[in-house]
Write a protein that binds this ligand. Sequence first.
Ligand SMILES: Nc1ncnc2c1ncn2[C@@H]1O[C@H](COP(=O)(O)OP(=O)(O)OP(=O)(O)O)[C@@H](O)[C@H]1O
Ligand SMILES: Cc1cn([C@H]2C[C@H](O)[C@@H](COP(=O)(O)O)O2)c(=O)[nH]c1=O
Length: 240
Amino acid sequence: AAIATCLSDVEQHRSSQCAARIPEAGALLDLLEKCPERQQKGGFPVVVFEGLDATGKTTVTQSVKDTLNGILLRSPPDCISQWRTVFDDEPESIKRAFYAAGNYILASEIAKASTQAPVIIDRYWHSTAAYTIATEITGEVQGLPPAHDEVYQWPEDLLKPDLVLLLTVDPEERVRRLQRRGLKKTKEEAELETNSLFRQRVEESYRRMVNPACQEVDASASKEEVLKTVLQLISKHCAL
Ligand SMILES: Nc1ncnc2c1ncn2[C@@H]1O[C@H](COP(=O)(O)OP(=O)(O)OP(=O)(O)O)[C@@H](O)[C@H]1O
Ligand SMILES: Cc1cn([C@H]2C[C@H](O)[C@@H](COP(=O)(O)O)O2)c(=O)[nH]c1=O
């Protein structure tokens, strides 16, 4: 019953079915069951960074965390990240259920951490939703569900952040950053690199998210400039 409130019925059904075949799915459900329902935020601000791969989320979240003496979390959370490669190789629906479940486990970490310090998060629900929508639909952004469709709504039962910043950089600069970094790529990263329509669908889906909506930040500037901009936005929108 506890899990049912955490995942939609469909995701729940898929996860239970696959637990018999994938041991990691059983372990994931066990963790979810231990998460209290409807997590409440503590008194400190919770700020999420979103954006396409290599837009600078890891770099800026680390600096914001250091500047604000905050706590840095990410989706999927560290306690399940060792299973990521297993789920990434599963059919799309199972993989998406893993990321969705990860957000509810992350919510319990956010609830606890936000009683102690500002919480900075590298990806959360908006990533799960935007990459899912962009994968389910093919072709141009005109094919996406219309703005205001319920797919762009935050889930009712998931702890909400105070502020979501969407980092954007122009495609050429993003490719330069990807190449400079040169890490092993996930399927999404490979898709983002080769498929410009996929990139546009992910970014447009981010822009259509509501309640909370993403505030766009041009992250093409130097690391120092980007940090200055996001710190200004955080102090404008959050009580530190
Ligand atoms: N403002 C910036 N100017 C120039 N290079 C940057 C800037 N921010 C980050 N970089 C560089 O770009 C690369 C990608 O940055 P980073 O890993 O922070 O992106 P990311 O959004 O976390 O990527 P992913 O989502 O794939 O983990 C790194 O090599 C990083 O040093
Ligand atoms: C959290 C999350 C991530 N993804 C995809 C998006 C990226 O292409 C890769 C790698 O992300 P990372 O920032 O380097 O960890 O994973 C996704 O599809 N859904 C999600 O919820």
